[in-house]
Design a protein around this ligand. Structure first.
Ligand code: NAP
Length: 323
């Protein structure tokens, strides 16, 4: 194989709804994409992305009866493979985006030659919800413990719920949950919210919202589903139980952009900056999904942006006569 023919047209990093949709579209455009899908390393970081940590998904159009998150991602993957996407189960350890063809390493990042070279790269590495770090989080995520009110709020009709955090996300989640819940207790480690004034005012005005100030969650109880939490007062150290059957952790998200620091433009919060659809500041490098979206964070919006990245990449390759 000549060096020229071993250069991939499209290399996709990450395999959530965004990356897999980009794979389906670029594969159907005969671009023979290679996807590096990641590899299982922790509960919050694995191939398939955040939907692999979800139970039932009821708001993905086309599934009127709902579908389990892992099954939905399995179907995305099957569809990407059907059109010839090559998928490698590995983690990208380094990228060189200084010039096309771009260099992508898996395994040892110190080797001088990259593992792959690609004319275009689609970044879909996603984001992770920050978690409290309690051991029971792994067991209960998707079973009364959630990181997404839009996704899961509906399942908590008439429940008493705790939302952990004091920023805009926590207040937004709490307000949304009041549509379903009997009560929502905002558990915050300080005695005032970090959230913007308008959000604070809304939270204080909502009769269903209560506040557990100066409190941290030190344990979530329940074997198969959430049955309550233990709170500790950050000032007195006193422990007390809070009877809830749902816990939403809303202490922020972290985009998976470590690989791109110094090479792609990032917002202060670490998210990739895109313009004109999915274009990054480097010609030939595109980004889609949660790695560049801290606003919507839905599977369907990620999938939509994956389609955009595929079309942008296809047009860029054509315009630059490299296909
Ligand atoms: P954030 O502003 O960083 O707030 C995170 C909150 O979680 C803080 O209150 C923090 O407490 C708390 N926290 C962090 N680690 C914790 C831990 N280990 N245990 C307990 N509590 C912990 O994050 P965000 O709310 O996700 O917002 C991120 C950005 O998006 C912000 O700029 C926000 O304004 C924006 N946003 C805007 C909207 C909107 O305008 N509608 C909605 C969502 C997000 P401390 O306060 O003590 O640090």
């Amino acid at each position: 194989m000549s060096e020229q023919s071993s250069i991939r047209n499209v290399l996709i990093i990450g395999s959530g709804p965004a990356g897999l949709t980009a794979a389906i579209y670029t594969a159907r455009a005969n671009l023979e994409p290679l996807m590096i899908e990641g590899e299982p390393s922790s509960t919050s970081d694995q191939p398939g992305g955040q939907l692999m940590l979800t139970t039932e998904v009821e708001n993905f159009p086309g599934w009127p009866d709902g579908i389990m998150g892992p099954e939905l991602m399995g179907r995305f993957r099957e569809q990407a493979l059907r059109f010839g996407t090559e998928i490698e189960t590995a983690k990208v350890s380094r990228v060189d985006l200084s010039a096309s063809p771009f260099g992508v390493w898996v395994g040892d990042p110190t080797t001088p030659e990259p593992t792959y070279r690609a004319r275009s790269v689609i970044v879909s590495t996603g984001a992770q919800s920050l978690m409290l770090g309690l051991p029971e989080e792994t067991r209960l995520l998707g079973h009364g413990l959630s990181t997404c009110a839009t996704c899961d709020g509906f399942f908590f009709r008439d429940h008493d719920i705790a939302v952990v955090g004091g920023g805009d996300s926590a207040v937004e989640e709490a307000l949304f949950l009041t549509k379903f819940a009997r009560t929502v207790t905002l558990v915050h480690r300080r005695d005032e919210l970090r959230a913007s004034k308008i959000m604070r005012d809304r939270a204080h005005a909502n009769e269903k919202i209560r506040f557990a100030w100066n409190s941290t969650v030190t344990a979530i109880h329940g074997e198969n589903t959430v049955e309550g939490v233990t709170l500790v007062d950050t000032i007195t150290g006193e422990e007390r139980p809070l009877a809830v059957t749902g816990v939403f952790v809303a202490i922020g998200h972290r985009p998976n952009t470590d690989l791109f620091v110094g090479q792609l433009d990032l917002e202060e919060s670490g998210y990739l900056i895109t313009h004109r659809g999915s274009h990054t500041n480097v010609e030939g490098v595109f980004a889609c999904g949660d790695v560049q979206d801290h606003v919507y964070r839905q599977a369907i919006t990620a999938a939509g942006s994956g389609c955009m990245a595929a079309i942008d990449a296809e047009r860029w390759l054509e315009a630059n006569d490299v296909h």
